[in-house]
Write a protein of this length. Structure first.
Length: 560
């Protein structure tokens, strides 16, 4: 191979020197030639799948990213990893695979990038766990990298209004309560998801796209373009050019994963009423990057941040509406005016403040409110502690104004048991639904409880009951709901000693979650199911607490 004066690359170990002839022979079998191998090797990591709309279009989008990489002098090499649909698996045993898939996706990105010694990475992501998984992998690898979100799905139309998958879940509860006919539910089912793209509200996928963009890992203005909009093709090509600029500058991923950028991400999540899953995922990303971040940091930042985006599930608008209003840059412009964001670098080459200053707000838009008239005075979540959650838990505040609930515990040892009780009309106003043994280790997999919470809302109980679990919630959840209770039941947490009828006190003002009982005098409830074998068993044995991000990189001495 001819030598040329240039900066050494990781890929040199594969493609230069006489001894690398076998590697070159294998790579040439894929269609690469000497000229291609002389250029930087850029991984295009795809999470394409046919099993869900969120990632359905990413196979074609990868070709546009490749076009940009080639135009900027690189050689793109694409491979695929897995993804698991939360919306498809919700309420089933399959949901146990969802959070576990985050670790597997991150591991697979890391392994192939290490194994094939690529110089830079573009991660194409869609459904919920693919976004944090990509960031976790980039944090480990610390290569020049960009995360390109595939964008939101267009809203469906039902009875002259925009609808999302949230409406279908709530429709199930409405049908059980006799408030929706089976024919209407079927029509809603047929119309809610009109094509490719991730769930349209500020659910987990759009929440994490918001967080990663504000962190600087995703290009401002690109992720929020609707999935099937024509301009997405050129945006993808531009992302390919941007990663080559990062490579040329020697700028790697950890330059964008800092304490300041993580605080920005938390602030943006709070301001948009985003998914509580962001707590898990941002803790995990911080841990992988070696950046100190604690669950209580979320409470401090959310408490000072007004909710200024009127987005579903607690508001009126979808992610597509946010894009048409001017996008995240407008949101950031407001937050900078309030003194709530740090000026940090982004993969675009512009600082976050420069991106915000260049925002173009659509005249008359109502999606992003003014600072003077926020949708709520504080952000969309809070962290509670107490004798039921000594290590903390997360309560969702967006979509309601309640701050206190006292009621009798209705205790269930699985999501299925709780859902059956809701559908049978056994849950009454004032109850506190307790779902346990659904934590990271106890599930295993920390399932989301959207089927239960949406059924409660659909039956008209969303404003009159509370729910707490050591599992987690979908970003589409609304109501007085508490998740991530830690320690979890399977690891001896106090939630394992709650009994039917115990009085539970939830107080957001004092940040407390307590039960009026001496839990220390009670034995733990027995585990309702045996420890599984295979991947779920491995996960259960290695996963950390939800209060630490539920990652599987447990260090000696870590709390479980």
């Amino acid at each position: 191979m001819p030598d040329s004066p240039r900066r050494p690359r990781r890929s040199d170990a594969l493609v230069r020197d006489v001894s690398r002839a076998p590697a070159r022979a294998m790579l040439k079998a894929t269609g690469l030639d000497d000229a291609a191998l002389e250029r930087p090797l850029v991984a295009i990591v795809n999470t394409w799948t046919e099993v869900m709309p969120c990632n359905l279009h990413l196979r074609a989008l990868a070709d546009d990213v490749k076009r940009g990489v080639k135009a900027a002098g690189g050689t793109p090499i694409e491979w695929n990893t897995i993804s698991v649909s939360d919306g498809v698996t919700m309420g089933t045993e399959g949901m146990r695979a969802s959070l576990v898939s985050r670790e597997l996706i991150a591991d697979s990105i890391e392994l192939v990038c290490l194994g094939h010694l690529v110089d830079a990475v573009v991660c194409l992501v869609g459904c919920d766990k693919t976004l944090p998984a990509a960031a976790m992998a980039l944090a480990r690898l610390d290569l020049p990298g960009i995360i390109l979100y595939g964008g939101p799905i267009a809203p469906g139309r039902f009875q002259d209004r925009d609808v999302t998958i949230q409406d279908v879940f709530e429709g199930v509860g409405a049908h059980a309560a006799g408030k929706m006919t089976l024919a209407d539910l079927r029509t809603l089912e047929d119309r809610a998801c009109p094509g490719a793209g991730a769930c349209g509200g500020q659910f987990t996928a759009n929440t994490m796209a918001t967080a990663l963009t504000v962190m600087g890992l995703g290009p401002m203005g690109m992720g929020e373009i609707p999935a099937l909009a024509p301009e997405r093709k050129d945006a993808a090509a531009h992302a390919g050019k941007l990663v080559m600029q990062l490579l040329a500058a020697g700028t790697s991923a950890r330059a964008f994963i800092t304490r300041a950028s993580l605080e920005n991400a938390i602030t943006a999540v709070a301001a948009t009423g985003g998914s509580t899953n962001a707590v898990l995922h941002l803790l995990a990303i911080a841990r992988e990057a070696g950046v100190p971040l604690d669950i209580d940091d979320f409470d401090k930042l959310a408490a000072r941040t007004p909710t200024i985006a009127d987005l579903k599930p607690g508001g009126r608008f979808t992610a597509v509406d946010l894009h048409h209003a001017g996008g995240l840059a407008v949101l950031c412009q407001r937050l900078f005016l309030a003194g709530l964001l740090h000026d940090t670098p982004t993969v675009s080459g512009q600082s976050l403040r420069a991106e915000a200053d260049a925002a173009r707000e659509t005249a008359g838009q109502e999606v992003i409110t003014s600072l003077e008239k926020p949708k709520a005075a504080t952000g969309g979540l809070a962290i509670l502690r107490g004798n039921l959650a000594p290590d903390g838990c997360v309560i969702k505040l967006s979509g309601h104004s309640r701050t206190r609930h006292v009621g009798p515990a209705r205790v269930f040892d699985s999501e299925e048991a709780a859902f059956a009780a809701v559908q049978a009309g056994a849950i009454k106003a004032g109850d506190v639904v307790v779902i346990r043994f659904e934590g990271p280790a106890g599930g295993p997999g920390m399932r989301e409880m959207l089927a239960v919470t949406a059924a409660l809302v659909g039956q008209g109980l969303g404003g009159d009951v509370a729910l707490l679990t050591d599992g987690r919630f979908s970003g589409a959840t609304v109501g007085f709901m508490i998740g991530h209770v830690a320690p979890e039941a399977a690891l001896g947490g106090p939630i394992a000693r709650v009994r039917e009828g115990d009085t539970v006190v939830i107080d957001v003002t004092t940040r407390r979650l307590d039960v009026e009982a001496n839990l220390d005098e009670r034995p733990d409830a027995p585990r309702p199911r045996p420890q599984p074998r295979g991947v779920l068993g491995k996960y259960a044995r290695s996963v950390t607490s939800a209060a630490e991000g539920a990652i599987t990189n447990r260090e000696p001495g870590d709390n479980q």
